[in-house]
Ligand binder design. Structure first.
Ligand code: SF4
Length: 363
């Protein structure tokens, strides 16, 4: 275990070592070497649950379309979600949009520069506020993301679980003590990059590490055991039977408005069940019958194979049933009727997008 004494004698050396390592090894990324808080904010939100490689194109497209806070604030939520399509965790996009509107109204369109105000923005927690304030304004707030947790846990041999409330406090205090007082922005960039590239989750190359002489995990052969996590996320299974309904070149979609996955995205009418349904079972479903009430002819064209779609805490088993009908659906409470070729205008989940891609290939 690390001791306070050990840390105090070496923390400025650690920071200097990280800065030197960073100068020699950092990746050239579009959100580096900028101090525009808006762009830093967008990049940090995208990178929260997305890998750098995947996030890069999204970031570039997003800031090209919404290059300022006011452009984002003035956009429709549907358009913002469309630019986010495929990235997952759509609450990030909804929160970005709400926060941009909040900046417009509460901060006169100017990105706040006080830590306490940045923390008020929707979707901005301690980590993101520290990143924005240190990268954009060089303010002394330590960032503690997954990479930093791992690195600190190993460097100081800390066995407190990183997902416990004690662990969060302990690592945040430690990161704050380690923070360079003269250049906190650079220090934060360096420690995150070090965790991302050098002190990687599996089999880090400790032999090439500039900190191996003081690394407790390396000394005690605990690298593979740290950091410690306790909580295993419970995974739930859901079963989605989607109905792609064709009527004279039109189809039907609905918006997912309830607080659930993919909130505010669009999708085909959905019958959720406790397992995927066979066609004869589907025809007997109450929701299916009420959807097509009064329609003379319902022709089942095709049922796709089951598809397993994995989200962070859920596995979605899905199938798409394509159906032709002889009359218009009259019960349009939640449904929107649109020309089939216009479906790409609407933001949809990756699962829907994959089906639409297949459909396009077939036609
Ligand atoms: S020696 Fe290994 S475990 Fe320790 S900080 Fe370096 S890369 Fe991480």
């Amino acid at each position: 275990m690390f001791t306070q004494n050990t840390m105090n004698t070496s923390n400025s050396n650690i920071s200097a070592t990280l800065a030197l390592w960073y100068a020699q090894n950092k990746r050239d990324l579009p959100w580096r070497n900028i101090n525009n808080p808006y762009l830093i904010w967008i990049s940090e939100i995208i990178l929260q649950q997305t890998r750098v490689n995947q996030g890069m194109n999204y970031y570039l497209r997003f800031i090209e379309r919404f290059s300022t806070v006011s452009e984002l604030a003035e956009a429709d939520e549907d358009e913002v979600l469309k630019y986010w399509q495929g990235l997952g965790y759509y609450s990030r996009a909804r929160n970005l949009h709400k926060a941009a509107r909040m900046i417009s109204t509460d901060f006169k369109g100017i990105f706040p520069d006080k830590h306490i105000d940045v923390l008020k923005l929707m979707g901005v927690g301690e980590y993101t506020a520290a990143a924005i304030c240190s990268f954009a304004y060089n303010q002394p707030y330590a960032v503690v993301d997954g990479n930093v947790f791992r690195f600190l846990s190993r460097l100081f041999g800390i066995e407190t679980a990183i997902d416990s409330s004690n662990g969060k406090k302990e690592f945040t205090t430690l990161a704050q003590k380690l923070l360079s007082k003269t250049n906190p922005g650079l220090h934060n960039q360096a420690i995150m990059e070090f965790g991302a590239l050098q002190c990687v989750p599996i089999s880090p190359n400790c032999d090439s590490c500039p900190l191996k002489s003081i690394c407790k995990a390396f000394e005690l052969n605990l690298v593979a055991n740290l950091p410690i996590k306790t909580i295993k996320a419970k995974v739930t299974h859901r079963f989605f039977n989607y109905l792609f309904i064709e009527y004279q070149g039109y189809t039907y979609i609905q918006q997912r408005v309830s607080k659930d996955i993919w909130q505010n995205l669009y999708e085909f009418p959905l019958i959720e069940s406790n397992r995927l349904l066979e066609i004869d079972e589907l025809l007997e479903e109450r929701d299916f019958k009420s959807l097509f009430e009064g329609i003379d002819r319902i022709e089942i064209i095709e049922k796709t194979n089951q598809k397993k779609h994995i989200l962070s805490h859920r596995v979605i088993f899905s199938q798409f049933i394509s159906i032709k009908i002889s009359g218009k659906i009259t019960e349009l409470d939640k449904l929107i009727i649109i020309p089939i070729e216009e479906i790409d205008r609407y933001p949809v989940s990756r699962l829907m997008e994959l089906y639409l891609e297949k459909l396009r290939l077939k036609n």
